[in-house]
Design a protein around this ligand. Structure first.
Ligand SMILES: Nc1ncnc2c1ncn2[C@@H]1O[C@H](COP(=O)(O)OP(=O)(O)OP(=O)(O)O)[C@@H](O)[C@H]1O
Length: 728
């Protein structure tokens, strides 16, 4: 046993196994770990060698009469690996060995029993081609597979077999194998896992190897007793301590300008931004920058509430004192109020706007030959997005991507409507958000030292328009007049854009060239749900939040689950029965009601679903605005699809995905040209995609009439059969 106080690390599996122990034993296990850290020579720890263990450093420590912790004692470090009933713990330890991978310098835990009983021997479909047949041994070793494990990996035939053997395969090697199985080349895999630079750590330096980003994916170095106590006491959310190397490398470093992190739904963009905020807050504290703050902004108030709740969990009070979390509209409103701005800012549709449009159109718009809907869209997408304040500006602007062309004469007439609309808002002391952003920007330009922010995190960037980005560029601390090093950390995914705004950051004073990264591992959603959700938006071209396009290539999930349940029913009553049956199945599988969320396209449809469920005796809670959802409160959750943005649940049900509801028929009918019609369809596809990707394990999608065309083609078979049955 090591005499001096050792470095204590905890492997992710140890926390997983601790979570499965009875509560009283969990508490004793927590005490043991604290003792290991602070007084390893204490009486009562009872380290024992494990007879027959392949790895001589493997020890057991007594939790109580019937339970043991498996602890690895090597090179001045103690690693808590596993906690279990006595015999199960010994069994876990017996065949596992720990080594430093000579290529990646990551610490790898390998179950050598896999080598003796190759997975294929247990597989039913032994006739199938081995999954990794196309890769040489050298290829597999290059991505981090330990040589000893090659025969076992060679015997794997299916993705399911690979997943079944996950507990025995080192975590970093497993990640790489998932990439290869998803069709990545060796080079792409190395690049994806950011293993492009050779490690300069010697394989003999065990303590140093434990602190590489690859090792930190699975091993947590315990520095602080309070943090340890917190982790051991509460049900753990693993993202709090175990970042993937591709995530960690974005967080803990200096960037020489604004950074953009893209990635599909559930790839950990928010997690990375939260860790980044914490890291930067820590730097302010170390630098004794007494006034400095970090601003964390989101698009929706719900996500801001959620992020704040999570940051409180992640950060110390001192760190939290340095971080302000607010959705951008809320921030702008507060800021302008403090600056004496008198106008009311209209977020969302307001009847006073509609009145102003009607009046302006009545007087100036009748003989233009363009509908009011078109003019309102033109205003939003062209005038407000480009910050145009006068007719010459409008005559000059490039209307790229607009479906209807307008000649100069018509533009002049159109401007008369816009001018009348704006004059009416001025008269009534009203502002649109874009006007408010511009006004805030003007104030900041005149008084650059007004704000305490040393860095800004921006989440849900896909829904911000050009004026919002321009404002963010203005809030950001500058170097040579532009957003400086570490000033901006922006995360988003254009596939999830549901509010129809689009902006290229480089045109708004934010240059991320060379600092744009992409996350591809989906942590939230099973592969089956992820595929379904991707199928919804297949073929839709989206931007990369800048001047180029993005794609869905290479996304993958780390786990599998049941395929989404699609219920094509012919009436609301049948749909409700199918929904209830599905809820009961979820509950039978151990999913709490508070982890089941029912979504619909409109408030009315949500209310109808809530009424139906309440009448059947279910307790229901509506997703509230501006409030983090408290999962300790019992009952199902219900909300609109928009409200669920940024949130996640074990199980999601999306109801009334009917023709005419998604996309709304009235919006399609009102679309003045093909380009706007396409936008309407694509926004609803994105909404269905976002809603589906809120589900971790189970997804239910139902119709109560003819199914929406937005459902992926794979479900078309079900749809046709149901429609035929109905017709019959
Ligand atoms: N390193 C990690 N280890 C374990 N879980 C993780 C990790 N990173 C992220 N997660 C989990 O993945 C889920 C999605 O994370 P997050 O919300 O940050 O993703 P996102 O990319 O912002 O999602 P979206 O764009 O869909 O809102 C969360 O449940 C989070 O806890």
């Amino acid at each position: 046993m090591t005499a001096r106080k050792p470095d204590v690390h905890i492997m992710i599996d140890a926390l997983l196994s601790q979570n499965r122990l009875p509560r009283a034993v969990q508490d004793k296990a927590a005490k043991l770990i604290l003792k290991l850290k602070n007084d390893p020579a204490a009486n009562g720890i009872n380290f024992e060698s494990i007879e027959g263990a392949r790895d001589r450093h493997m020890k057991s420590a007594r939790i109580d009469q019937g339970h043991r912790a498996i602890v690895y004692d090597r090179g001045g470090a103690l690693i808590v690996l596993w906690m279990d009933k006595h015999d199960d713990a010994y069994r876990w330890a017996r065949d596992r060995i720990i080594d430093v991978n000579p290529l990646t310098a990551s610490v790898q835990v390998t179950d050598m029993s896999l080598v003796e009983v190759p997975p294929a021997a247990q597989a039913a479909g032994a006739a199938e081609k081995p999954r990794f047949a196309d890769y040489s041994d050298a290829n597999l070793v290059a991505v981090g597979v330990p040589e000893a494990l090659l025969p076992a990996i060679r015997a794997i035939r299916t993705d399911e077999e690979l997943e079944a053997n996950k507990p025995g395969i080192p975590a970093d090697a497993y990640d790489a194998l998932v990439c290869l199985a998803a069709g990545y080349s060796v080079e792409e895999t190395l690049e994806e896992l950011e293993r492009t630079t050779a490690s300069n750590i010697s394989a003999d330096d065990f303590a140093a190897a434990l602190k590489t980003p690859e090792s930190q994916r699975s091993f947590w170095f315990v520095e602080d007793d309070q943090e340890l106590q917190k982790v051991l006491d509460e049900p753990l959310e693993f993202w709090r301590i175990f970042l993937h190397p591709s995530q960690r490398k974005l967080v803990n470093r200096q960037w020489n300008g604004p950074v953009l992190v893209r990635g599909g739904a559930g790839t950990g963009k928010t997690v990375v931004a939260m860790h980044r905020a914490r890291y930067l807050a820590g730097r302010l504290i170390t630098a004794k920058d007494a006034l400095g703050k970090i601003l964390f902004t989101t698009f929706t108030s719900n996500l801001a509430a959620d992020v704040k709740a999570n940051l409180i969990n992640l950060c110390s009070q001192e760190e939290m004192d340095r971080i302000e979390v607010m959705h951008l509209d809320g921030w702008v409103t507060d800021f302008l109020r403090r600056q004496g701005y008198q106008r009311e800012i209209l977020y969302g549709d307001d009847p006073r706007q509609t009145d102003a449009w009607d009046a302006a159109f009545r007087v100036h718009g009748k003989d233009i030959g363009l509908s009011l809907e078109f003019l309102r869209d033109e205003w939003r997408q062209v005038v407000q997005a480009n910050g145009i304040s006068d007719m010459p500006g409008y005559l000059r602007v490039q209307r790229t991507g607009r479906g209807t062309s307008i000649d100069r004469k018509t533009k002049e007439k159109v401007w008369a409507v816009f001018a009348a609309y704006r004059a009416r808002l001025d008269e009534e002391q009203l502002s649109e958000p874009e006007d408010a952003y511009r006004h805030a920007r003007d104030i900041l330009r005149a008084k650059p030292a007004l704000l305490p922010y040393r860095a800004i995190m921006v989440d849900e960037a896909q829904d911000l328009g050009a004026e919002a980005f321009r404002l963010i560029a203005e809030i950001a601390p500058k170097a040579d007049g532009v957003a400086g090093p570490d000033s901006l950390f922006i995360v988003g995914d254009a596939h999830q854009r549901i509010y129809g705004r689009r902006a290229a950051m480089s045109k708004c004073g934010i240059n991320v060239r060379g600092r744009s990264r992409k996350l591809r591992i989906c942590y939230r959603t099973s592969d089956e749900i992820r595929r379904f959700a991707e199928a919804i938006i297949q073929g839709v071209t989206v931007d990369d939040l800048d001047d180029s396009t993005d794609d869905l290539k290479g996304y993958r999930s780390l786990f599998h689950g049941p395929r989404p349940d699609i219920a094509i029913t012919s009436s609301p009553e049948d749909e409700l029965s199918a929904l209830v049956e599905w809820i009961e199945r979820c509950k039978a599988d151990g999913i709490e009601e508070s982890e089941i969320c029912v979504l619909a396209r409109t408030n009315d449809l949500v209310k109808a679903a809530a009424d139906g469920l309440k009448a059947l005796g279910f307790k229901v809670n509506m997703l509230a605005r501006k409030k983090a959802d408290d999962r300790t409160k019992a009952g199902l959750r219900l909300g609109t699809m928009h409200r669920a943005k940024g949130l996640e649940f074990a199980a999601i049900a999306i109801v009334d995905v009917n023709d005419g509801v998604m996309p709304p028929r009235w919006l399609l009918d009102a679309a003045p040209d093909a380009a706007i019609r396409r936008q309407v369809i694509e926004a609803d596809k994105a909404l269905l995609h976002v809603s589906s990707t809120r589900a971790k394990k189970r997804l239910f999608v139902a119709t109560s009439g003819d199914a929406s065309d937005l459902l992926p083609k794979a479900t078309a078979g079900d749809r046709k059969a149901a429609q035929q049955a109905r017709a019959a």
